[in-house]
Design a protein around this ligand. Structure first.
Ligand code: NAP
Length: 296
């Protein structure tokens, strides 16, 4: 398959390049300056030139707190930009995989969210990503799969795992929120799953394969659980470690309120695409192994 993905150095983009090429696919990463999501003409031009079999829309404005003061830019990239990618996919008559987020929900439910649950983003980032989903569905809904992922980490870019390992290098104790639950998900596993979904979309026009899907690692954790697992994995390899001080959301105020419950039910994608991501601790271990190789 020839796969075009938006973005160049993002976690999901870099993971898709690694896993896609390893699986024998041709993966073309299209980012700034040739493809800038705020410039629809550049989006059309870059995707036309790439002439892929499938497009993966993975680039996004991802600065959750900063989005509050840069809402025009967040909406231009995540809303209108996502729509421009969908237009280009429609014009070429090719399937689109659009990556979205758990932040489309407000996190007040007491069970994992299913795709049909009401959305209700608590900030500009989530609202702009929801606008992107709506644009994709309006423009090219009959040939798109929207994959909502969450709590993404990887050996690449900036993420919670790398932040925790850095903090463990210079302090003995780290305060981490223990009353928000989610599904820590490796971008490398997301990439593998995107390849499966892409293969299905290219091979089969069945409408059941299109639409909105939740796609995270299996198993759940709080941020504090996640941090403890990171430190345990690092310590086991002789790397930096720290104690986790379990705190509440109220102890750790952020510009945008994070959902207390970010858990996503991934039953639908398992059923229709045959995609089930591994247990989060298993994937975490392999990412830590890459970030923190043993000394000997
Ligand atoms: N990270 C998470 O925890 C998380 C959670 C849920 C959902 N998601 C979603 O998952 C997807 C991938 O996230 P990620 O963690 O891989 O993101 P990331 O590491 O922050 O990377 C974002 C990518 O988007 C590109 N980008 C930003 N603005 C752009 C523009 N105007 N034109 C073209 N490219 C632009 C960046 O390009 P540069 O390299 O040039 O900056 C970068 O390659 C996103 O859709 C995000 O909303 C992420």
């Amino acid at each position: 398959m020839r796969i075009a993905v938006t973005g160049k150095a993002g976690q999901v983009v870099t993971s898709l390049l690694e896993r896609g090429v390893a699986a024998g696919h041709e993966v073309i990463a299209l980012g700034r300056p040739e493809l800038d999501l705020v410039d629809p003409a550049s989006v059309v031009c870059a995707l036309e030139a790439a002439a892929p079999d499938v497009i993966v829309s993975a680039a996004a404005y991802t600065a959750v707190d900063k989005a509050e003061s840069e809402s025009d830019l967040a909406y231009a990239v995540n809303g209108a930009g996502a729509g421009a990618v969908a237009q280009a996919a429609k014009a070429r008559g090719m399937p689109l995989i659009h990556v979205s987020t758990d932040y489309v929900f407000d996190g007040t439910l007491d069970r994992p969210y299913v795709e049909s649950d009401a959305t209700g983003p608590t900030g500009v980032y989530g609202a702009s990503k929801l606008a992107g989903e709506q644009a994709v569905l309006a423009v090219h809904g009959d040939n798109s799969a929207i994959l909502r992922v969450a709590w993404v980490y990887s050996p690449f870019g900036a993420n919670f795992v790398k932040t925790m390992l850095r903090l463990a290098g210079d302090r003995d104790e780290v305060s981490v929120v223990a009353d928000q639950l989610g599904n820590p998900t490796s971008a490398l596993e997301i990439a593998d799953a995107i390849l499966l979904v892409a293969t299905n979309l290219v091979a089969d026009s069945n409408p059941a394969l299109r639409g909105v899907f939740h796609m995270t690692a299996s198993g759940e954790a709080s941020w504090a659980d996640f941090a403890e697992a990171i430190f345990a994995g690092s310590a086991a390899r002789g790397g930096p470690t720290a104690q986790v001080k379990r705190v509440t959301t109220a102890d750790y105020p952020t510009t945008v309120k994070r959902p207390a419950n970010s858990r996503l039910d991934c039953g639908l994608i398992a059923k229709v695409h045959g995609v089930a991501l591994p247990y989060w601790r298993q994937s975490l271990d392999s990412v830590i192994a890459r970030l923190q190789p043993t000394a000997n």
